[in-house]
Design a protein around this ligand. Sequence first.
Ligand code: CA
Length: 229
Amino acid sequence: MTVKILIIEDEAAIREMVDMALSAAGYQVFGAESGEEGFSVLNEHVPDLILLDWMLPGMSGIDFARRIRKDPLCGQIPIIMLTARGEEEDKVRGLDSGVDDFITKPFSPRELASRIKAVLRRASPMASEEVVDVEGLTLDPVSHRITANDSNVDMGPTEFRLLHFFMTHPERVFTRGQLLDNVWGTNVYVEERTVDVHIRRLRKAISGTGHDRLIQTVRGAGYRFSTRP
Ligand code: CA
């Protein structure tokens, strides 16, 4: 099944670059110049992912995202926002509007493709047999192998599942309770501080190559797997 992507961007050059790169990668691409046009495309095709420019004439990207989240048919479609540099504060507001990820312009087709893959992977747990690679940390769920900068890493089965969950759900904060539900399962009764113990072991296992930096403590909230400092 061909994965469909809608790009809403008023700059024709970016739209064309994205169209070419993604079409070459096997995606079916639909383009729109404005949020209004985006909605009319959505009436015809329901895409698997939306690339949404922040600064659009008329309806802004954020307004578009907020509106689409209320739509019963399209409300679950993952959105990657395209932003210009220096909009960090706006990025935070964007997260409130239900955007799944951001890409800062200018971006390379390669970066775009890898972000799209990550967001789609997060959206469909079906793809969980895929090898995941984040900054030299590689996890193969089929052979149960982890390598960091090409050397083998040993860890226990719980740390393995925890890392797999994190790597397939990046850039999102999870509470200890959510991690227990997703990694340990809902039928298991484990105290929340057990999570901290396993996080500590996991960090230790991948600390030799500095990859422990990817597992971040979010004060008062929980933990996050992120490539951003
Ligand atoms: Ca724009």
